[in-house]
Unconditional design. Structure first.
Length: 157
């Protein structure tokens, strides 16, 4: 009985003493980045664009930042068959998301960069499961590209 209490107390000290903070919290964005995004213009895939816009919303119109960017983003999603079985049915797919981004600072083109990520996955017999899995893959790819975009914005300062 006392051993359980000691283990519980020790676990509580470990959990509450670690000072956990989310990486992309507003406080960390203010501390770690010296830029803000004034506006974003999207073209291409609507669902992908909306997901990226939700991620980038933490960086929109931060007043205390010295550098302000305007972004023009063109997105594209490609799904290709990677391999087929003997019948000719697809066994594996490759999903690729591409963002071509123009970075403007004070109406002057600061740079252009293409961000690209791919993921290969197996086909599923249930088409509904395949569609939901593909949406998860797209979201995960956009999350990875989002991190690359933020790193690039920090780098081009």
């Amino acid at each position: 009985m006392t051993k359980n209490k000691i283990v519980t107390i020790f676990a509580l000290f470990l959990l509450f003493g670690c000072d956990y903070q989310p990486i992309y919290s507003i406080k960390n964005i203010d501390k770690n980045n010296n830029f803000s995004i004034n506006s974003i213009v999207f073209s291409g895939e609507n669902k992908i664009n909306q997901y990226l816009k939700n991620n980038l919303s933490n960086y929109l119109n931060l007043e205390s930042k010295k550098i302000n960017y305007d972004l023009v983003i063109n997105s594209k999603h490609q799904r290709k068959i990677s391999s087929k079985n003997k019948k000719g049915d697809p066994e594996r797919y490759i999903s690729t998301i591409i963002f071509n981004i123009d970075f403007y600072e004070k109406d002057k083109l600061k740079g252009n960069k293409e961000f690209k990520k791919s993921y290969e996955y197996n086909n599923k017999s249930n088409k509904y499961e395949l569609k939901t899995y593909e949406q998860d893959v797209k979201n995960n790819l956009v999350d990875g590209l989002y991190e690359n975009i933020i790193d690039h914005l920090n780098y081009i300062q």
